[in-house]
Unconditional design. Structure first.
Length: 119
C-alpha cells in the first residue's frame, strides 16, 4: 500500500515539476479545455501538448475524454489535495522551527535592549 501511495505522489510531483504542465493545470482550473486550447499559449504542436497532458493524466491530475476527434481535458484535484497533505507535515515542521528561532531572536533583542539602558 505504501509503495502505491509513494508512486502516486512521485507522479504528482513529477507532473508539477514542469512549468508548462503547471500552467496547463492553472488553465484547467478555469474549466474544461481541448488539447488545442491547452497547447495554444505555448505555441507547441498538439503532439507535444499531448505528451504534457499524458504526464498529468499519469499523475491523476487530468481526465481526458474523447468525442470524435476532439480531446477534452478537465482537472482532477484530488491528487493535489493528497500532495498538499503530504507537504503539510513539512509545513508544521518548519513552522515549529521558525517559532523557536523567533523566540530566540526576541530573547536576544530583549537582552540587547536591557543592556542599552546601562550606558
Amino acid at each position: 500500500m505504501v509503495d502505491i501511495e509513494a508512486a502516486k505522489l512521485d507522479a504528482v510531483f513529477h507532473a508539477l515539476g514542469d512549468a508548462t504542465r503547471r500552467r496547463m493545470l492553472a488553465s484547467l482550473a478555469g474549466g474544461e479545455r481541448t488539447v488545442g486550447e491547452l497547447a495554444q499559449p505555448f505555441d507547441m504542436s498538439l503532439a507535444a501538448a499531448s505528451k504534457h497532458i499524458k504526464a498529468l493524466e499519469n499523475a491523476g491530475l487530468v481526465r481526458r475524454t474523447v468525442v470524435g476527434r476532439t480531446h477534452r481535458c478537465r482537472l482532477e484535484a484530488r491528487p493535489l489535495a493528497e500532495a498538499h497533505r503530504w507537504l503539510g507535515f513539512y509545513e508544521k515542521f518548519w513552522n515549529s522551527r521558525l517559532d523557536v528561532l523567533e523566540g530566540l531572536l526576541r530573547q536576544e533583542q530583549h537582552s540587547n535592549n536591557e543592556g542599552d539602558g546601562d550606558e
